[in-house]
Design a protein. Structure first.
Length: 585
């Protein structure tokens, strides 16, 4: 792997620092991978609606490249192809939210919906007006198919532009949201890839393509497409994309459209112009009037070679919004200024009364400091610390395996995400309440929520929080408590993630494990026996996922192509639960 980076763990903050240093109108939010307009105070004072977008890194210039007048107010970045954490999104909301309210523009990926959605709920509870729109413009997937829903891809950039124009015109939060929704309903997008891309933390391509193959209908996270096809000319491939979009939008001759020819990251400018020519020729032959066209790198997938095509059915309101003044690094004709010697950094605070209280460990963590371990018990010797270190070691050791599994059916970030969460908890081991299991689990949930993005962060956070409550409320018998906690964790994941057993997710390992634990508890078995039976059930459930058709998560976009690969989330359950079962005491 050859990439112009320093360390795979510093890719995102260093990238954002470079962006801010080369664009004086932008600033970093202290302590978070968040970029925002440097004139946020004046935006709040004017009562304008603030627009926040974001998601995983690797899509540059999206999302931070669209921050500026007439576009976004702030953008939140996760690790490469990984949605940002709840706390990062919440920090952005609190930093830019004012009397006009905040609109979150989110692409339709499970992790983004969960993290942005939970952050919005917390912000509303604190008195801010926050709304969210979810972009799903990928016509390669049936609107009513048995999958996680149409993905949000390059058409999202147009939603930013239309919503930005509405906000700049002083419209209300409700009106800005309606403008964004009107844009979304008029947009269709589809892409074709000639090569895969390589996530820096993974170090290898997400899939393999023969010299005479392309992937059609892919997303933007390095995953394979809906189907593989033979390599063809630019005219033929662009025609396939355009026909699919036109059919989905039911476009008719004589209609006005806007067109976006988007470089997925590694396409030479020469080939992009050829694809643009092909798209315009197709439109002329189809009788469509292309009123506005953009061609360039707008929403990429690292260095993936290929293009996506977006079409928008235009009316006068949408055309006016597209033409409205705007200035941002990633938007065409953006003026550039002098480069400072260091990035501007703004304090991570919001409007009066909405700041995070010191010592909370998070925006919605308990408002007291975590108690230190008893002075006579050093964490190294504490049995709970031994159990945690065993789990951390197992997750670190399994990182490469989980990455390979996730690359086969997803975006390849699961191993790194879980290992990152384990390292974060391990670094706080000295201050964790090891003798108070519910408090310990809640503290771990706060750390996971803060440090782990993607889908894994909120799912494991809710699991830990539900388990903590179960330990407080359930039967005093130790084995019964653990059985109740494991069941509560599974129920929490199901409730927030919307999956169930058979959908080919982590629940296919966790629910059987909980059931086995409950059966052992009812039989009066010791905790060690119950744990062993639970681990065996989890392994069996994880193995069976290789034969299940995926219905949730990114693997749902692959259909039968996911068969033969165990679900990485289910396999991860066997890793940490197996390590827990190996610990004595």
């Amino acid at each position: 792997m050859k990439k112009l980076i320093n360390d795979v763990h510093d890719v995102v903050p260093q990238m954002l620092a470079g962006l801010v240093m080369s664009n004086p109108g932008l600033a970093l939010l202290d302590g978070h991978d968040v970029v925002l307009r440097a004139d946020v105070p004046s935006i709040i004072a004017r009562g304008e609606v603030a627009l926040i977008s974001g998601g995983g890194a690797g899509h540059e210039p999206a999302h931070a490249g669209y921050i500026g007048p007439g576009l976004l107010t702030a953008a939140v970045s996760g690790d490469v192809f990984t949605s940002p954490s709840v706390d990062a999104v919440l920090a952005a909301i609190l930093a830019v939210g004012g009397p006009g309210g905040v609109l979150l523009i989110v692409k339709n990926y499970t992790g983004d919906r969960l993290n942005f959605g939970l952050a919005a709920e917390i912000a509303r509870a604190r008195g801010l007006a926050v709304e969210m729109v979810v972009v799903a413009d990928d016509v390669a997937l049936a609107a009513d198919g048995d999958h996680a829903g149409r993905r949000g891809i390059a058409g999202t950039v147009w939603v930013h532009k239309v919503a930005g124009a509405a906000a700049a015109n002083g419209l209300t939060l409700r009106e800005v949201r309606q403008a964004a929704e009107a844009a979304m309903s008029a947009i269709g997008t589809m892409g074709v890839a000639l090569t895969p891309c390589t996530v820096p933390a993974a170090g290898r391509p997400g899939f393999e393509l023969a010299a005479d193959e392309v992937e059609l209908g892919l997303g933007i996270h390095g995953e394979p497409g809906v189907r593989r096809a033979a390599m063809a000319s630019a005219d033929v491939l662009v025609g396939v994309l355009a026909d699919a979009i036109a059919n989905d939008l039911a476009l008719r001759p004589g209609e006005d459209v806007a067109m976006l020819v988007n470089n997925l990251g590694g396409t030479p400018t020469m080939e992009l112009h050829i694809a643009t020519r092909a798209a315009l020729a197709w439109a002329a032959q189809s009788g469509l009037r292309v009123q506005r066209i953009w061609s360039g790198s707008f929403l990429t997938a690292l260095e993936m070679a290929g293009v996506s095509l977006s079409l928008m059915r235009l009316d006068q309101a949408l055309l006016a919004a597209l033409d409205a003044p705007a200035a941002a690094p990633g938007w065409p004709s953006t003026p550039y200024g002098n480069a400072p010697t260091a990035p501007v950094v703004m304090a991570a605070t919001g409007p009066a009364g909405l700041t995070e209280e010191p010592g909370t460990g998070g925006f919605d963590a308990p408002r007291t400091s975590l108690p230190a371990p008893p002075p006579h018990v050093h964490p190294i010797a504490h049995p709970t610390a031994r159990a945690l270190r065993r789990i951390f070691g197992a997750l670190h050791a399994a990182e490469d395996e989980l990455t390979r599994l996730d690359q086969a059916v997803g975006d390849g970030d699961l191993g790194a995400s879980l290992s990152r969460g384990a390292r974060a908890i391990q670094s706080e081991l000295q201050s964790l309440p090891l003798d108070d299991l519910p408090a310990l689990l809640r503290a771990m949930a706060a750390t996971v929520r803060r440090t782990v993005g993607g889908t894994s962060g909120p799912l494991y956070a809710i699991a830990l929080m539900r388990a903590a409550l179960a330990f407080e409320l359930q039967h005093p018998n130790h084995t019964h408590q653990w059985a109740a906690a494991l069941r509560a964790a599974a129920d929490g994941i199901a409730s927030i993630g919307g999956a169930q057993v058979g959908d080919r997710t982590m629940l296919d390992a966790l629910v059987p494990a909980a059931q086995a634990f409950e059966a052992a508890a009812m039989d009066g078995q010791l905790l060690t026996t119950a744990l062993r039976r639970s681990v065996e059930a989890a392994h069996l459930g994880a193995e069976q996922t290789a034969r299940l058709m995926p219905r949730r998560g990114r693997s749902s976009y692959l259909g039968e192509r996911a068969l033969g690969h165990a679900d990485p989330g289910a396999r991860a359950v066997t890793v940490w639960l197996g390590a827990l079962g190996d610990v004595d005491g």
